[in-house]
Ligand binder design. Sequence first.
Ligand code: NOJ
Length: 768
Amino acid sequence: MRQIRYKLAFASFSIITFLLVGCSSKIMKSPISYSKENTLETKVDSVMKLMTLEEKVGQLNQYNGFWEITGPTPKEGQAAKKYEDLKKGLVGSMLNVKGVKDVRALQKIAVEQTRLGIPLIFGFDVIHGYKTISPIPLAEAASWDLEAIKKSAEIAAEEASSVGLNWTFAPMIDISRDARWGRVMEGAGEDTYLGSKIAVARIQGFQGDLKSNKNILACAKHFAGYAFAEAGRDYNTVDVSESTLQNTIFPPFKAAVDAGVKTFMNSFNELNGIPATGNSYLQRQVLKGDWKFDGFVVSDWGSINEMIPHGYAKDSKQAAEIALNAGSDMDMESSAYVDHLVALVKEGKVKESLIDDAAKRILKVKFELGLFDDPYRYCDETREKETIGSPAIQEGVLDMARKSIVLLKNENELLPLKKSGQKIALIGALANDKTSPLGSWRIAADDNTAVSVLEGLQAYKGNQLSFAKGADVAVGRTQFIWETKINMTDKTGFEEAIAVAKNADVVIMVLGEHGLQSGEGRSRADIGLPGVQQELLEEIYKVNSNIVLVLNNGRPLAIPWAAKNIPAIVEAWQLGTQSGNAIAQVLYGDYNPSGKLPMTFPRNIGQVPLYYNAKSTGRPIMNEPDSVFWTHYIDEKNTPLYPFGFGLSYAKFEYSDLKLSSNTFAKDGKIEVSINVKNSGKVAGKEVVQLYIRDLIGSITRPVKELKGFEMIELKPNETKKVVFSIDEKTIQYFTANSRWEAEAGDFKVFIGGNSEKTMEADFQFIN
Ligand code: NOJ
């Protein structure tokens, strides 16, 4: 049936072409085979020609999965309306439908019961894995390992595509500087350069070249500014300068377009007074105009209608008009397009050509996915069964988890642990939590499927291991955030934990955030250890200070007491399904940690937003002791607890011999900067060598440091490697007061080191 429809589509298109241009083209001979001579545009046009305005608008409509698909069909309410829309060809895509059986059932309706049979795209938040969960993206970013990050996205795509999905709403590439914002867990942290590289790696991993049905569409989100919500409160107002927008927020999105990302998602927030969803500067001028993005833009969930409470549209109809005119192509769950766009065209408020443009963008992506050739390309039950949680996928997420761990402190080489003869006390509810490590984006993952730290450590049999929970992090039902109550009072488990700790050689405490304390809608006004955990830590410390603190968290935490007193601290984020195995392997030294923080850890919530590439200000340093009038706090230091780029290893790295091939370079020229890195430790290890610059004088003031390159090297004990970076005009370009990307002549500094604070430095000049 479907085949026939497309035959008709191509036949009629070909006949028209024949009549118009009078040629006996190859299209005429094999209309259905989409021969190479058929460009994507001609294919799309051939379908467009058959569509009514209503059907074109239908392509712009995305609905959430709205009924038990394999059960009875809905008879009333919204679900019945949506079902009718689906059969009328008024739905272009669905989200949150999962499993081959359900996807196939819905696709069958679209293909067999609608007039034209145009297949649906199936979207889902595969943020860090589908059922098998990899580390949260912030953790993955801590690996600084672009190949591993790409591989992790590839694995997620493989699993998700096996259940019928062909579109993920990832990666989130919002640069985020505010640890209060719960969604920092979903991004790559605070740095634009690192964030852009990771954006590209993740897009390549998800999408590949889309030739294989193991790849899925990626979605660069949220365009734009979402992470700059005032006070770190999710969905809050965003008001940023053009320089911040261009130099900090935009680059990862531009990199995403250049990497061929097929879809973009706009954003809930307003940007400088205009909601991103209705913002034509963002979507039409910058994205589709300047950057020539030729995929499509989906709104965020209901964000078209959210322009009403924003105070930007008076009703859903006006919101549809504004959003479409501003360049939002697909409406996620507002029903605004499907309800109003046809009327808006008839009233002359929306040009039909803009509807055509949006529909064409969506159809083009459907062709690129191969859905017109085989709408069931992603629907294979056998593959689904074989793929979900396969050994290769488990191995992949374990590898990523190990690489994401950051060693923050290791006094007296407390780590790695000795493998035998030790009494180890394991304390903290998170140590025995098989769900929290999956984080809050675990829509398809089952509860209790992560390997806990307790289980990970039990695999090491040489030591005597005792576990005491000490205190719950959360109490009551903890399945949903709105039901999750942080334990602020119950300390009844302290006594047992203290007794276990007293008797141990080493205490491992797994503390931090419950898995639902970060993510969308989970901003925190206090970023210390939640509940009674700080007190538990201090009580244990009184009886045994030989503590290894393993942190589980979805954001930087302010833990000054721990940083001062606890001898060893391991940042283990939320590491996904293989969490406990990865942590145990690092604690026992079977894997030497190499992660580096992608986001600054503050001492105190009052310092936030705190980020390494800040501006100098007019009063950067205290000139006299006790001086008051400089940029500082009277009750806290300016410096972070742990800076961006920081992370230790069981190896030791020494930097020496920073050399520049020249101290000046001109247009089209370059400077080579080299440094020697030696492993003076006893074990082999990996180090991320980081290159920063400072542009001393700019037409717009420049940050005190900016990451411009990094390289991961592996060194055996006593081995030295020379690392060479190159600096050219592109390295020093930024969006200047002339409103363009350019390099300004002047003096610069270059810094190289193992983190953003401890570096060697030299000077150079760019002559224009
Ligand atoms: C809202 C979130 O902001 C977005 O990132 C997500 O992809 C959509 N919901 C769909 O679940």
